[in-house]
Design a protein around this ligand. Structure first.
Ligand SMILES: [Zn+2]
Length: 438
């Protein structure tokens, strides 16, 4: 291409960009009462916004895959692929058609504004006199369970009260609650609470376009249920049959001597498998081992029989770890890990059990979780159900403790300190004792 053409093309691009930005400056975008500072671009009457507003306004990280010309949004509930030059996007394996193509301009990926309500729910509104686009979206921000003597309440918190539809199914008995035009934030797709009434709760971004959050409550037994609106909260109240004590999650255990109890402590990863690595380079395998060793020492000094699954920097397969506990045979299996999330602000302690775990097993998880967070003052992310191999294949009560987040700079530091490690260890030991003693 000769120079003349290059200059011509360059000036054309400048003119096009200039005319876009002039047009865009006249139009304002307000997302949930917050003015968007990024420039909008309007092409053929369609508004495009820089993809960076996804991280700014929705808190989701975006990754740019250069050789695929593809933008990815990835969190526990949302997997989206936006490809430059395409007039469709893939959101949680649903293809969403777009009225205008995704573009790249000045190193910024521009996405059609209309895609956002399809991903995050909510509505767009246009005020012609002020040339302002309003985008209001709704999110489920928290789900918790309140226990009463003969009933349980599942409390769903959201920014604004959502429309809903509830269905009751049998075999297995469950309540399915669909919340409309709403998205899910910071709540994972896993079970959390349980008692005599509720077996488990599952929550997911069930559908995009229209955005629907589905809450499935698996029921152990119930006489009836009702939905109650409380401001923007929605409360699903589940009533038990007479004589059911919804608050009891533990049964009584026999008294025993500590020395009769055999406990396997499993420091996660090891050897060539470092596990998660924090921003300043702290390796999960290392802190797991240090914490596990403290638990080992502490349990020993209390009189328990205890073994560690691995040596200081050794790697064992997950199955070998389970087998070790089975062959001994052990009474409890406790795996120690540190958590990771690409969102560095996420923090706290979580204890996992298998989703088919017994009530005893869940009681162990609860005691350990409770005793750890009491001491470490970390944010309690509660109990979660998972299908991890070490939990699934184990024949004895087994839990996996995610002590804190290596991806969170503050917790990465804490995980290396002996004070924090000891608090976690003391918590695990106190939880184990409470499990056997209660
Ligand atoms: Zn791990």
């Amino acid at each position: 291409m000769n120079l003349k053409y290059k200059v011509l093309i360059a000036s054309l691009i400048i003119i096009i960009l200039f005319s876009f930005s002039v047009e865009a400056k006249e139009v304002k975008l307000i997302i949930n009462d917050q003015k968007v500072e990024s420039n909008l671009i309007i092409i053929n009457g369609r508004t495009l916004v820089p993809a960076e507003i996804i991280s700014k306004h929705f808190g989701d990280n975006i990754n740019w895959i250069n050789n695929e010309q593809e933008l990815r949004i990835n969190n526990e509930n949302l997997k989206a692929k936006l490809i430059v030059g395409k007039d469709k996007a893939v959101v949680n394996s649903t293809t969403v058609p777009l009225q205008t193509k995704i573009r790249e301009s000045n190193d910024k990926v521009l996405i059609p504004l209309r895609l956002l309500p399809k991903i995050y729910g909510g509505n767009l509104a246009w005020n012609a006199s002020t040339k302002t686009i309003y985008y209001n979206f709704n999110q489920v921000t928290n789900i918790s369970v309140k226990k009463f003597s003969n009933k349980s309440q599942v409390v769903i918190k959201s920014v604004a009260a959502p429309q809903y539809k509830i269905s009751h199914y049998q075999q297995p008995e469950r309540l399915v609650l669909d919340l409309k035009k709403i998205s899910l934030k910071e709540i994972d797709n896993s079970t959390q609470m349980f008692n005599d009434l509720i077996k488990s709760i599952r929550i997911s971004q069930f559908q995009v376009n229209p955005a629907t959050v589905r809450v499935v409550v698996d029921i152990n037994q119930m006489s009836d249920y009702q939905l109650i609106r409380d401001g923007s909260n929605l409360i699903l109240e589940i009533n038990g049959e007479d004589g059911v004590n919804a608050s009891s999650i533990t049964s009584s255990f026999k008294k025993f001597h500590w020395k009769d109890k055999r406990i396997v402590i499993d420091p996660g990863h090891g050897g060539e498998k470092p596990g998660a690595i924090g921003q300043s380079g702290v390796e999960e395998k290392k802190v797991n081992y240090q914490i596990a060793s403290r638990i080992y020492q502490q349990l020993k000094s209390e009189g328990f029989q205890v073994i560690l699954t691995r040596g200081k920097d050794q790697n064992l397969s997950l199955m070998q770890r389970v087998k070790l506990a089975d062959n001994w045979p052990a009474d409890l299996f406790i795996s120690i890990h540190a958590d990771y999330n690409y969102k560095s602000w996420i923090n706290g302690t979580t204890t996992y059990a298998h989703w088919n775990a017994s009530e005893d097993n869940w009681a162990l998880a609860w005691y350990v979780q409770d005793e750890i967070v009491k001491r470490t003052k970390t944010n309690s992310n509660g109990l979660k159900a998972a299908n991890f191999l070490v939990l699934r294949e184990s024949k004895i009560p087994s839990i996996l403790v995610e002590t804190a987040f290596l991806s969170n700079p503050r917790e990465e530091y804490l995980l290396t300190t002996s004070a924090f490690q000891q608090k976690v260890a003391d918590g695990v030991v106190a939880g184990v004792k409470r499990y056997f003693y209660n």
